[in-house]
Write a protein that binds this ligand. Sequence first.
Ligand code: GSH
Length: 346
Amino acid sequence: MKKNLVALLSFLLVFSLVLAGCSEEKAEETKSQLDVIMKRGKLIGGVNADIPGFGYLDSDGSYKGMDIDITKAIAAAVFGDANAVEYRPLSSEERFVAVQTGEVDVLARNTTYTTSRDASVGLAFAPVTFYDGQGMMVHKDSGIKSLKDLEGARISVESGTTTELNLADQMRKLGVSYEPVVFDSQDAAVAAYEEGSVDAYTTDRSGLVSRRSTLSNPDDHIILNDVLSKEPLAPSVKDGDTKWADIVTWTVYALIQAEEYGITQGNVDTFMDSDVPEIRRFLGVEGDLGEQLGLKNDFVVQIIKAVGNYGEVYDRHLGPDTVFDLDRGPNNLWTDGGLMYSPPFR
Ligand SMILES: N[C@@H](CCC(=O)N[C@@H](CS)C(=O)NCC(=O)O)C(=O)O
């Protein structure tokens, strides 16, 4: 009898431990980074501090660039306040660990969306915010006109990037032998190129255009026409938290969709009494799309008021009134022959 009681009690103990274990797992499963961010009262954004046009620390102490505006848009979606952000400048090498460990809530730092980063590095990517490709910069007076002219050249490249890998692939394909000179910071890679200890510098074309503008004589350098790769740059979050990933994803889509509707930072208020059903839903005048995401229903209005639509963000940092004057190319809306397309807000 006593034996049976002991057996029953041990069974109940083990059973309750198993149950407790299960419910703990469940509680962890449903906890989203969104709750942490809300409680903290600000977003922590991993960014670049050195690439004018995309992410850089201005001399006035503020961060500026396309990736910075994407980060601001996310803060506006969550808090209705684009300034509720703490920026963490990250190097190419540091960026993934910072997402994996939760040091940053989101990474918006000229990062290429690739299979391995999605599958094994532990990132979940939001939609592409800039379609880029890898390029090569050389001194104008070098006579180098294409990749084939780089036989025997020393080429500076950064570690921890897709750049390093693409260079090897493309040169192998062309049968061109070269010497990669690998640096762990862009400043060092560019300095080696500018002083002439290497013959060429390769990175994303956006990065080349950006860094060329910071050289002492930008006109002395050319970017070759060869495009070595596809570099779709996208924000990312830690894998496994769909609630938070959805918010970042639909923030990017909101920017793109706003441009398609012609809704801008300046005219968004005039759309609030639109009688077009899709626009009413998009702006949260009708329906509860915001609440479905865990946000307020006017989150899209907050995004547009904070940074404008995708086209406005692009023009502010890379458009005709900037030193870059970068053609939109694939970064045009799909309705203008580009790749920027948002699924329906419904
Ligand atoms: N898009 C590529 C390259 C990204 C990258 O890190 N580019 C360099 C050159 S534009 C950079 O941002 N360097 C700045 C630094 O590491 O501080 C990738 O995701 O691997």
